[in-house]
Design a protein around this ligand. Structure first.
Ligand SMILES: [Mg+2]
Ligand SMILES: [Zn+2]
Length: 182
C-alpha cells in the first residue's frame, strides 16, 4: 500500500477567487508547487480532491474543470512535480443544471472522493495526510483516519475561530507538510 496526500484545490494549491475555472485563472499559492514536488520526492501519491459545484450552477462545464487540471499538471511539470490523480464533484443540490443538481456522496464533506482515491491509488489511510482550507475538506479525511491540517490566515494560527479550533492549523501547504511529515 502507498502513502498518499489528499489535497483540496482552490484556496489550498491555487489562489481561490471563487469558481476558478479558466486555465489562465490558475495562480499557484506561494510554495504550493514546491510542496507538491516534495510529496512526489517523498513517495506520496498526490490526489487533488475538489468540489466544483460551479458545474451544477452552469458557471462552467466538466470540460472546463478538466482543462484547468490539465493546465495545473502542465505548470507543475515545469517544477518537476505532478498530481497523480484529480477528483472533482460537479454536483450541487442547489444548482440548476441537470444532471448535476442532485444530492451526492462525493461533494465534501461527503467522503466518496476520498474513498475512491484510497482505492484507486492503493493508499493506506494511516499513512495518508490531508490538507484543505475548509473544515469540510478535513472532516471526511479525519473520519477515515487521515492526519489533517487546516489552512488558515496567519493570525488565526494562534487565535482560531471556534470552528477552526478543533483542527491542527498552518498558513500554507508547505508549512502544513512541515507539520504532517515531521
Ligand atoms: Mg478550498
Ligand atoms: Zn458529487
Amino acid at each position: 500500500m502507498n502513502r498518499g496526500a489528499l489535497i483540496d484545490r482552490d484556496g489550498t494549491i491555487n489562489v481561490d477567487e471563487g469558481y476558478v475555472a479558466k486555465p489562465d485563472e490558475l495562480e499557484f499559492k506561494p510554495g504550493a508547487a514546491e510542496a507538491i514536488l516534495s510529496l512526489n520526492q517523498r513517495g506520496y501519491k498526490v490526489a487533488v480532491i475538489t468540489n466544483q459545484g460551479g458545474v451544477a450552477y452552469g458557471y462552467h462545464t466538466e470540460a472546463d474543470v478538466e482543462r484547468f487540471h490539465a493546465e495545473m499538471s502542465r505548470q507543475l511539470a515545469s517544477y518537476g512535480a505532478r498530481v497523480d490523480r484529480f477528483y472533482y464533484c460537479p454536483h450541487n443540490i442547489k444548482g440548476t443544471i441537470k444532471p448535476y443538481n442532485v444530492e451526492c456522496e462525493c461533494r465534501k464533506p461527503g467522503d466518496a472522493m476520498y474513498r475512491q482515491a484510497i482505492s484507486d491509488l492503493d493508499l493506506d489511510p494511516a499513512l495518508c495526510i490531508a490538507v484543505g482550507d475548509k473544515p469540510t475538506d478535513l472532516l471526511p479525511a479525519i473520519a477515515l483516519g487521515v492526519s489533517s491540517v487546516l489552512l488558515v490566515p496567519r493570525e488565526h494560527i494562534d487565535d482560531p475561530t471556534p470552528e477552526e479550533k478543533q483542527f491542527q492549523r498552518a498558513e500554507t501547504l508547505g508549512s502544513a507538510l512541515d507539520q504532517l511529515l515531521a
